[in-house]
Design a protein around this ligand. Structure first.
Ligand SMILES: NC(=O)c1ccc[n+]([C@@H]2O[C@H](COP(=O)([O-])OP(=O)(O)OC[C@H]3O[C@@H](n4cnc5c(N)ncnc54)[C@H](OP(=O)(O)O)[C@@H]3O)[C@@H](O)[C@H]2O)c1
Length: 320
């Protein structure tokens, strides 16, 4: 019997959140629980390696989830992507293949796949509309990751067209927040800046170095806001492909850095190292299609940064 009635997913649906310990997966799990979904299933990476096809098949055959949120992936910042393009391309393609194919074989009713604004062509017109995907070359610093995500989005679309399935993609901007990765070798921009400024503050360092010119723009979304948007998309987006979800405004890295400086209370100088790459100059999503469905962002940048820094202080600072 269908677990989806019009724009509502039944609260007793069996929902598998893949990657529930990650930043996005944990936020999706929190959002589902908050809405009253109480039949959630999780597996840690240790319990189920999504790279191993046979194990993934057996898991789906046994558990038969109704709905799947695919938030497990190999994810990292610029330096990690430059160092390991093979890993970002191949691991993600394998994980996606295993989960999407097993979901199909076990009649999953709805699957939600995660794209990312960084997979649009590097020189695409801004703000980025859904139809700009695959209209030009990709950003070289994360091409492997971007290609894997495009394959995942296309796989969902092809399954829908060929077999009438209900697999959708959501395309969020840069995310930050609770459960973010604060390892300076692999962290994304917000977590990396929070940690660097926090360490500089407690060690009385006069200067914090920031990669790039500071002039590049980023749209940043608090991960719980994004999880709310993803659930909304799961119930209200009925297209065959994917939809942008985001806050609809962006900030320069300089503006972001100064806001983090205020939130952290760091009084030293910010040094922008122009010998390091900027990555894409701008990545602002056009979220008009999503807003027309009735969703609006609820968390401002400053509010999200304060919540993230509070979480960091409580959870990540013990070893510092
Ligand atoms: N972070 C962002 O700014 C952002 C922006 C746009 C889109 N997204 C998308 O959101 C999704 C999740 O990203 P995230 O930031 O939440 O990443 P994350 O914090 O690194 O979480 C990824 C999760 O996937 C798990 N995982 C990785 N490989 C696995 C495997 N082989 N088997 C089982 N589990 C595995 C990880 O487990 P372990 O840690 O135990 O390995 C982790 O729990 C990705 O698809 C990403 O592309 C993220």
């Amino acid at each position: 019997m269908s677990k989806i009635n019009g724009n509502m997913i039944d609260l007793d649906s069996k929902i598998y959140v893949a990657g529930h310990n990650g930043m996005v997966g944990s936020a999706i799990a929190r959002a589902l629980e908050k809405k009253g979904f109480d039949n959630l299933i999780f597996r840690t990476h240790n319990e189920l390696d999504l790279m191993v096809q046979k194990d993934v098949e057996q898991f789906f055959e046994k558990e038969k989830p109704d709905i799947v949120f695919l938030a497990a992936a190999k994810v990292g910042g610029i330096s990690a992507n430059i160092a390991n393009p093979v890993g970002f391309l191949m691991d993600n393609i394998i994980i996606q293949h295993n989960v999407i194919k097993s979901a199909f074989d076990s009649d999953v009713e709805k699957l939600i796949f995660l794209g990312s604004s960084c997979i649009y062509p590097t020189k695409a017109q801004q703000p980025l509309k859904e139809e700009y995907l695959l209209t030009g070359p990709l950003e070289p610093t994360n091409e492997g990751y971007a290609l894997s995500k495009i394959v995942g989005l296309k796989a969902c679309e092809y399954y829908n067209k060929q077999y009438g399935t209900n697999y959708i993609g959501v395309m969020p901007p840069n995310l930050y927040g609770i459960n973010d990765n604060f390892d300076l070798k692999t962290a994304h921009v917000v977590a990396s800046l929070i940690k660097k400024m926090h360490l500089a503050k407690i060690n009385d360092e006069p200067q914090v170095e920031i990669w790039g010119s500071g002039n590049q723009h980023r749209e940043l979304m608090f991960v719980d806001d994004m999880a709310d948007a993803t659930l909304f998309a799961a119930e209200n987006y009925h297209g065959n492909s994917f939809i942008n979800i985001g806050v609809g405004v962006d900030y320069t890295i300089r503006e972001l850095s100064e806001t983090i400086q205020n939130v952290v209370g760091y009084e030293g100088e910010l040094f922008f190292d122009t010998t390091k790459p900027d990555g894409m100059f701008r990545k602002l999503l056009d979220v008009s299609n999503f807003n027309e469905l009735g969703w609006k962002s609820k968390v401002s940048l400053e509010e999200g940064l304060k919540l993230t820094y509070d979480w960091f202080l409580e959870n990540e600072c013990k070893e510092d």
